[in-house]
Design a protein around this ligand. Structure first.
Ligand SMILES: *Cc1c(COP(=O)(O)O)cnc(C)c1O
Length: 436
């Protein structure tokens, strides 16, 4: 498969260049040249496939012959090593739990697959690859854990001092080996600025093979299509049902992966783009006008995005037709108060504990079903385990949340981090000193 840039469709590159390059120089995003439809036999036999086998079938049609099948199969078995169960919440509403990976967030899926794919793509290179990531929390922990001990790759994670949660810092800064954690005396924007400046610095580029690992990388979206098929596999007679899926969204990578899955034939009537008050995309769906804004902080903070990076991919999928986009995606946005009320009500009525992001997704599907009673099954994605947001949830449900063992395990480890100022020359000196 070849990949083109959304800014210029004649700018076409190989899988290797799309994945290792991350973003084209023309500021577009990479998209697969074609999105083939899965055969009817795939859907007819979906119930008989396990999660890894169906992922392999989906991966083959996007990745094509670029990776030997045995290697792709090994990659999938390594990356897709935790389940995504579909759990009943109430009549007609189910949640797809995506948080059973090592850092308890759906970003584990993309990060684990990307790490193995990159390791394969650089294996014949004489230099090690360095991944630079600026993080406000979740991306850094998923990437650090996804790349831990992956041969030929080093990861440098920059995070703002005192601005990420204690759990997140433990998930990023206790691994060691090929994962270097840098605690920056500044904000997330300062971290992002250091990373962006490093990418265009000629001296650094000469000494290191650098790439990024954020959600603009197409290799994160490919494995995120797999769990949409895994969701339908868990619904009896899905082919004769009307199904809607609500996706709590920030940068819209997760929803874009769903739209790509639909293009491959995923039988879903409608997607719901559910956001917090950073409602740039719901506004676009409503008015046809796309107006990025500075982000506003909320309790679903992994979705505090004012300029969603995957929006250009959505436009590209539908040739920028607002009408066609609207017919596949319905937009809804919720306030923090509504989110808290949903967490409380669902706990009271069903016993289930939502995290703040999942709660936005839940309200999205709930509202949609009220207006669209023909839908048989409404699914919302649970993108993180509620224990990651203990401090927000416990006062709302007035109960304790049990911390899963794999999260508790992080809390007992020792932090190994280096302090860094927000001045670029210091960061540059660090990168040159430790060049590989
Ligand atoms: C990143 C993240 C999101 C948003 O996903 P996008 O693909 O950026 O839309 C939602 N929930 C959680 C918990 C996240 O970490």
């Amino acid at each position: 498969m070849k990949f083109y840039s959304t800014a210029d469709k004649t700018n076409v590159v190989s899988l290797r260049d799309a994945v290792l390059g991350g973003m084209p120089a023309d500021n577009g995003l990479y998209m697969p040249e074609s999105i083939p439809q899965l055969p009817t036999s795939f859907f007819n036999s979906l119930y008989t496939l396990d999660y890894q086998t169906l992922s392999f079938e989906v991966a083959k049609i996007i990745i094509g012959e670029d990776i030997p099948h045995q290697i792709l199969w090994d990659m999938i078995n390594h990356a897709i090593n935790f389940d995504t169960p579909l759990v009943d919440i109430e009549d007609h509403i189910k949640t797809l739990e995506l948080f059973h990976g090592p850092t308890l967030a759906f970003k584990d899926v993309g990060a684990r697959f990307m790490s193995r794919l990159m390791a394969y793509l650089v294996k014949d290179s004489d230099r090690e690859l360095t991944i630079l990531v600026a993080t406000s929390g979740d991306t850094g922990s998923a990437v650090a854990n996804g790349f831990f001990q992956v041969p030929g790759i080093n990861v440098i994670v920059l995070y703002p001092a005192n601005k990420i949660s204690a759990i997140q810092e433990k998930q990023i800064a206790t691994l060691g080996e090929n994962i270097i954690a840098l605690k920056v005396n500044g904000t997330f924007d300062d971290c992002q600025h250091l990373v962006k400046t490093a990418f265009v610095d000629p001296g650094i580029k000469k000494s290191r093979m650098l790439t990024s690992a954020n959600s603009i990388n197409i290799s994160r979206l490919i494995p995120q299509t797999f769990y949409y098929f895994n969701a339908l596999r868990q619904i009896a007679n899905f082919q004769s049902k009307q199904i809607a899926i609500s996706v709590p969204s920030g940068n819209f990578g997760n929803l874009t992966a769903g739209l790509i899955a639909k293009r491959m034939g995923l039988p879903v009537q409608r997607f719901i783009a559910a956001t917090n008050i950073n409602h740039i995309v719901p506004d676009y769906l409503d008015s046809g006008l796309y107006r990025p804004k500075p982000s506003i902080p909320t309790i679903s903070n992994a979705m505090d995005v004012g300029s969603p990076s995957n929006f250009s991919r959505i436009l590209d999928l539908y040739d920028s037709s607002w009408k066609r986009i609207k017919s596949d995606i319905h937009g809804i946005y919720l306030s923090d108060d509504e989110t808290r009320q949903a967490i409380s009500a669902v706990k009271k009525n069903t016993g289930y504990i939502l995290d703040p992001h999942g709660a936005v997704g839940y309200l999205g599907i709930k509202e949609y079903l009220l207006k669209h009673p023909k839908i048989d099954a409404g699914i919302f994605l649970e993108t993180a385990h509620p224990a990651k947001f203990k401090n927000i949830i416990e006062p709302v449900i007035q109960d304790r949340i049990e911390i899963p063992a794999r999260l508790a395990d992080f809390l007992n480890r020792k932090i190994q981090t280096l302090n860094l100022s927000k001045n670029f020359p210091e960061f540059k000196a660090f990168l040159l000193q430790h060049s590989v």
